[in-house]
Design a protein around this ligand. Structure first.
Ligand code: PLP
Length: 394
């Protein structure tokens, strides 16, 4: 439906047409059936390389069972925000288990990872303070930083020297906060957390690390890149999500007991939002337990990811700095990325094209995510299709 010419909202139609003209218009597709390595999208079947369900847990029967059990006990809705009556024993159990899993004093749940960032950062800093942020931080971190009204000093992606020079030359501030993804969601590379932790110590800054894509995947216990690199004790505020490798929904923050107490008292997205159904907490609790009991899921995933990156590199693709299950295949313009994604979809592979605003202009790519559920045959088949694209010089 179009907006009539004479309404104040008419500009929206023009703006959409200009997105179309630039190859930037996005369209929703409707999935039917479970989230697995093979999915049905708009009535067609695809091998799925676009999911964040890295450990293949989203459709795990043990999680469904946990949901069913909790529904039989407490039903569905929670009816209130956590501070009123929406914090059930299921939420509390999950928070306790998350804190144990993460090795921190405490943890608190948010309705999403986005809400965790949007709520947390403005409780830590305000207009009297400075944030130092990686230029490729996730949108939720960017928005959270803006919401805080702190001065935002942006360093070049993963550039520790640039960060240090910004820290050295920064104006006086009440508090200083370094904010970074641990595993970057578009490039699939790691933040240099060892060096950042040293700068945090030297300059007396708080450090917030968002492990959204790394929780459950990296580190001996699956606690993310900060565990992998041995810097957990320098991470003052650790953000995670339950919606990616954990296969459920929701976000969380973990850290000291006083930090969590502060968030419960001050984080607006925590206070002014109804808690998730207890069933969601039950699901995530089951998933976190599986992650602890089945480390083979992450080791297998990482082995598959490494061999996939090697295969694609040997075909001559530019994968940037990826060192993870997130593999960006650099294409260039939005139009070419969309054409490549469409060609793969005709072969039965879902590999999303990533365009602005997710990446800067000219850095468009195919973003291929490897998951535990992918069989060797699936990985070989998509490599074959990419090889053909390459020979066509797409
Ligand atoms: C996906 C993502 C989020 C948002 O998590 P949701 O639970 O999906 O809202 C936050 N931070 C980063 C770095 C992410 O990649």
């Amino acid at each position: 439906m179009t907006t009539p010419n004479d309404t104040p909202l008419h500009w929206v139609q023009d703006a959409l047409e200009s997105l179309d003209a630039d190859g930037l218009r996005r369209h929703l597709r409707t999935r039917r059936g479970p989230q697995r390595a093979t999915i049905e999208l708009d009535g067609r079947s695809f091998v799925h390389f676009g999911s964040n369900d890295y450990l293949g847990l989203a459709a795990d029967a043990r999680i469904t069972d946990a949901v069913r059990d909790s529904l039989a006990t407490v039903g569905w809705g929670t009816g209130a925000s956590p501070l009123i009556t929406g914090h059930t024993d299921y939420h509390k159990t999950l928070e306790n288990h998350l804190a144990t899993f993460e090795g921190t004093e405490a943890a608190c749940l948010f309705v999403s990872g986005f809400a965790a960032n949007a709520g947390t950062i403005p409780t830590l800093v305000n207009a009297s303070d400075i944030i130092f942020a990686d230029s490729k931080n996730h949108a939720s971190l960017i928005d959270a930083c803006r919401l805080s009204r702190a001065t935002i000093s942006i360093y070049e992606h993963c550039d520790v020297q640039h960060l240090e020079s910004l820290l050295r030359n920064a104006p006086e501030a009440r508090r200083r906060l370094i904010v970074t993804d641990s595993l970057f969601s578009m490039d699939g590379d790691f933040a240099p957390l060892l060096e950042i932790a040293a700068l945090r110590d030297h300059y007396g800054c708080m450090l917030l690390v968002d492990e959204a894509h790394a929780t459950g995947v990296f580190g001996p216990n699956g606690r993310g890149i900060s565990e992998l690199l041995g810097v957990e004790s320098a991470v003052d505020i650790k953000v995670g999500t339950l919606s990616k490798a954990v296969g459920c929904a929701g976000g969380f923050v973990c850290g000291s007991a006083s930090l969590i107490e502060w968030l419960i008292n001050r984080a607006r997205s925590y206070i002014f939002s109804t808690s998730h159904p207890a069933a969601t907490a039950a699901a995530a609790d089951a998933a976190v337990q599986i992650i602890q009991e089945e480390p083979f899921r992450r080791s297998d995933l990482l082995a598959k990811s490494t061999s996939m990156r090697e295969r694609l590199t040997s075909q001559g693709w530019d994968l940037g700095t990826s060192e993870s299950q997130i593999i960006p295949i650099r294409i260039g313009s939005a139009k070419r990325a969309v054409a490549a994604s469409r060609a793969l979809s005709e072969e039965g592979f879902f590999v999303p094209a990533i365009r602005p605003p997710s990446v800067p202009d000219g850095e468009c790519c195919l973003r291929l995510s490897v998951t535990y559920d992918h069989s060797e045959e699936m990985l070989q088949a998509v490599s074959g299709a990419l090889q053909s694209l390459r020979s066509l010089a797409v």
